[in-house]
Design a binder for this molecule. Sequence first.
Ligand SMILES: [Zn+2]
Length: 130
Amino acid sequence: MAQPQLDFDHFRRRLEEMRQSLQAETESLGDEVANINQQEGYGVKNHPAEDATEVFTRERSLAIETQLQRELQQIDHALERIEAGTYGVCEVGGETIPVERLEARPLATLCIQHQRERDEQEGGTTRTVV
Ligand SMILES: [Zn+2]
C-alpha cells in the first residue's frame, strides 16, 4: 500500500505553496466582506431590494471563503498525512492514489472512487477542483 517512491518533500512543498496562496486569498476576501458589512444599510429590512447586489456579493464571498477554508483544512490534513507517512494512500479503502492524481490535486487523500462517493454523500454539489 505504501508508495516508497513517492517524493513527500515535493508534495509538502506544493501543499505549502497552495496553503500560502489560499491564505492570501482568504485574507483579501475577508477584507472585501468586512467592507461590505460596514456599508450603511446592509441588513436593514426597510429596503429589501436595494442592497441585492451587495447581498449577492457578500454571499458569494462567504461561499468562496467557506470553500477556501475547506481547502485549507484539506491541505493541512494532507500535510498531516505526509508527516505520518500515509500520504498517497486512500483514507477509506487504503488503495494507492495514482501519482498523477496527486500531481493534479496534491490535497487529495482519497482515491477518485471514494472521493466521488464522498461528494455524493455531501449533496452532490459541483465543487471547483483546484
Ligand atoms: Zn479509495
